[in-house]
Write a protein that binds this ligand. Structure first.
Ligand SMILES: [Zn+2]
Length: 328
């Protein structure tokens, strides 16, 4: 009995954390940045850099004007000999970031993130920043704002490169580590295209709209996001996987059967108010297996519910895909 109570209070505690994160302004801000479709590489940047830093720690080095690799290699070798460790460490971190398998568009992404980091949004400035002359290699370590304001080399008046360290805000980091960030982003996308989320208002705690749990006689069913969009009831399963990871057919089948079970039960809980055909949408930061054809999924071979997939190549246009699925 005691163990049962402890388990219950543990679950309750977990739920409170989830709800706090769903309603956190910085988490919402990162989600909003991800679903704006203007820049194709945002989701890549999220998977390869933001998520990796959330998991492993360490700073992200923003750099609005990227020096070439040879220039940085020469500079690092010089600094290694001269034991300029602080400056070396910043450029070293930056070079490692660029070595990730698919290099996001650093200059454009950095230009977007520097103002956010400066004001302390979901990404925020830390430590000293570095400015290096592109010509005479004169460098200076100073506070963020001073470095941002340097227009030219004080010695030779040449152009400069600026390296600005930033970290992910704790709440955004926690949402990523708890696997909620992508769900919150997709929920935001549903609302953006005019959908209504299935959610519970828990008063002071806030709104609960992702990682929804439903009771089922066999075992509880958890669904990431449910949205009422156009003529359909959209069930979304998010898979925040590594970009190289391939979504397997058995994973799709498993979720499809889960949704199928839930659909049979519709009369038993709050969803019964929605008398609309259901669609199941998988959203993944990974890739779709080449044998999985979209048309096969739509035919409903996995379950009674038609399935659709949005993979990493289509995430940029998530809002368009939501409309497409809900009207198909
Ligand atoms: Zn100079």
């Amino acid at each position: 009995m005691k163990a049962e109570k402890e388990l219950q209070s543990h679950y309750q505690g977990g739920l409170e954390v989830k709800i706090r994160l769903q309603n956190d302004e910085l988490v919402k801000s990162l989600s909003g940045w991800l679903i704006e479709s203007s820049l194709p590489s945002r989701w890549h940047f999220y998977s390869l850099i933001i998520k990796a830093k959330a998991e492993q720690g360490g700073a992200i080095i923003l750099c609005e004007r990227r020096p070439n690799d040879a220039w940085m290699a020469t500079l690092m070798s010089k600094w290694r000999t001269a034991l300029c460790t602080a400056a070396l460490s910043i450029v070293h971190t930056f070079v490692n970031q660029l070595a990730t398998p698919m290099i996001p568009d650093w200059e454009q992404i950095s230009s977007e993130l520097v103002p956010l980091a400066a004001k302390g949004d979901w990404i925020r400035s830390i430590d000293e920043a570095l400015v290096v002359c592109s010509s005479c290699n004169h460098y200076m370590l100073s506070n963020w704002e001073s470095v941002r304001n340097v227009a030219e080399c004080p010695v030779c008046k040449s152009d400069v490169f600026k390296f600005l360290p930033a970290v992910i805000a704790p709440a955004a980091k926690e949402a990523i580590l708890r696997g909620l960030l992508m769900e919150i982003a997709v929920a935001k996308a549903i609302v953006r295209v005019g959908g209504v989320l299935f959610k519970r208002d828990l008063g002071q705690l806030g709104e609960h709209y992702v990682s929804l749990q439903f009771q089922h006689p066999v075992s509880p069913v958890e669904l990431d996001v449910i949205g009422d969009l156009q003529d359909t009831l959209l069930f979304v399963e998010c898979k925040d996987s590594k970009p190289s990871e391939i979504l397997a057919i058995n994973e799709l089948e498993l979720t499809a059967s889960k949704v199928g079970r839930l659909m049979k039960q519709l009369g038993d809980f709050a969803l019964s108010q929605y008398k609309k055909p259901a669609r199941l949408l998988f959203v993944t930061t990974g890739q779709l297996h080449k044998d999985l054809q979209r048309s096969d999924l739509k035919r409903g071979e996995l379950s009674d519910v038609p399935c659709y997939v949005v993979d990493q190549s289509q995430l940029t246009r998530i809002c368009d895909y939501l409309i497409e699925v809900s009207t198909s």
